[in-house]
Design a protein around this ligand. Structure first.
Ligand code: EPZ
Length: 417
């Protein structure tokens, strides 16, 4: 992506449905043989990968601009192959539902990735507590249980994926399952709402204690996916970093209060509406200190974008990443644009500078790519970002949406750049 920086962003931008809410809900369709109709679906690479995985398992998946209908009555396989798991770790979310419905599931063990080692031990320990027998063979995890049994499970860490996998598995288990120290992310609530519409009995989603009473079968559903809070936050930072004025619409301000609080602390003017947020930039941003935390704390998925913004602050900020062990790859690339960042393990000190200057940089993961785009929009001159394909996993029509706000950016084929 080639960005001509220095343009102030102005206007209105709609956000899409949440990728991280849509993926587990798509996996949850494996729990029922009825038609599952999901709307406000973002058109993204990761969503395509989940469609492909469900299709390979034998589901009928019909995707039609912003809407998907999934029917899993014809499921005839129970394994998620390495080819798909390595493309998208969220593939592991089919483990719980497949096991609960078919008594056996095989999922390739996800390896490390660009933001850390990311094991799935919490998912597996939970399934074992529900009576599953877990084995590892040829890089694949196999889980077996004729009938999962309700259990009381206390997570060492409120893992989003483990909470989702176990909540789904527990819907068809015998008896009651209690998940303690569960993740409280809005995507968990959205999944619980979808499961409830399918007939599941769930209480406490959105708190750290979730109770699920198993039922015998689940039906189809119709569900609208919640707005993407991370896409929302990314466009707000885009407005802030370009000294712009942008209204982000089709969103829900309630979902990103910690991000709005930090943006206000940087001096940005924020106005919240029922389904929109308007940011008017006040430059330069004031320095702030950020610590990423599980929801409702500051999201790790907004850390890279904020680091880009703070590189232009009027003083020194600090950012501590507590969720992933290796999520500062973007900091080194931001330095290439002139940012003054000192990295010390999972802690960075950002000394604000007056300006950034365009340069060739390399994207390493989804949110790092977003941070580089934001920095490129603010930098003087041309920024070329390579490996931009990461963006296709999580930002629907990014180029078009930013273009409408006045950004100058162009996507080129690898050989052209
Ligand atoms: C979800 O990942 C999101 N992905 C991530 O979105 C997000 O960054 C993350 O939650 C944290 O908010 C989806 O929802 C599809 P975790 P997930 O299990 O579920 C460790 C994006 O850019 N852990 O809460 O994988 C793990 O290694 C992304 O959209 C274990 O040790 O996150 C990590 O350090 C990337 N053992 C931490 O917990 C386990 O069994 C948080 O992981 C599970 C997790």
């Amino acid at each position: 992506m080639v960005i001509q920086g220095g343009n102030r962003l102005e206007g209105m931008v709609p956000v899409s449905g949440s990728k991280n809410a849509a993926l587990p809900i798509m996996a949850a369709t494996l729990l029922s043989a009825g038609d599952c109709r999901l709307t406000n679906m973002p058109q993204l690479k990761d969503i395509q990968t989940m469609c492909k995985l469900l299709t390979e398992l034998g589901a009928v998946v019909k995707f039609n601009s912003g809407e998907v209908v999934i029917n899993t009555v014809g499921i005839n396989k129970n394994n998620a192959p390495y080819e798909l798991v390595k493309q998208m770790r969220a593939s592991v979310l089919v483990l719980g539902p497949l096991l609960a419905r078919f008594g056996e599931a095989r999922v390739s063990l996800p390896g490390g990735c660009a933001i850390g080692s990311r094991p799935i031990d919490i998912h597996l320990e939970g399934l074992e507590a529900m009576g599953a027998e877990i084995t590892l063979q040829e890089g694949d995890i196999t889980a077996r249980a004729k009938q999962l049994e309700g259990a009381s499970i206390n997570f060492d860490f409120p893992s989003v994926g483990a909470t989702e996998n176990l909540m789904m598995a527990a819907t068809l288990a015998r008896g009651e399952t209690v998940l303690e120290n569960a993740a409280r992310e809005p995507e968990i609530i959205d999944l619980a709402n979808a499961l409830t519409m399918m007939g599941a009995k769930i209480e406490g989603a959105g708190t750290d204690s979730i109770k699920i009473r198993g039922v015998n079968t689940l039906s189809g559903l119709e569900h609208r996916i919640i707005p993407d809070r991370i896409e929302t936050g990314t466009y707000l930072v885009a407005a802030a970093i370009t000294e712009g004025k942008v209204e982000v619409v089709n969103t829900d301000p309630v979902l990103l209060q910690s991000v709005l609080k930090k943006l206000k602390q940087t001096g940005m003017e924020i106005k919240q509406f029922e389904r929109a947020i308007r940011l008017t930039a006040k430059f330069p941003p004031q320095p702030v200190d950020i610590v990423t935390m599980p929801y409702p704390g500051f999201p790790t998925d907004m850390q890279a974008q904020f680091t880009a913004l703070l590189s232009l602050a009027s003083g020194t900020s600090t950012v501590r990443e507590t969720i992933f062990e290796d999520r500062f790859m973007h900091a080194l690339e931001l330095e290439r644009l002139g940012a003054d960042i000192k990295i010390d393990g999972n802690f960075v000190t950002v000394h604000g500078t007056d300006s950034l200057e365009g340069a060739p940089v390399m994207a390493t993961d989804l949110r790092a790519s977003a941070a580089l785009v934001l920095a490129g929009l603010a930098a003087e001159g041309i920024t070329e970002i390579r490996r931009i394909y990461h963006l296709d996993r999580g930002y629907e029509k990014l180029q078009e949406k930013l273009g409408k706000l006045g950004a100058k950016l162009e996507r080129k084929e690898a050989g052209e750049v």
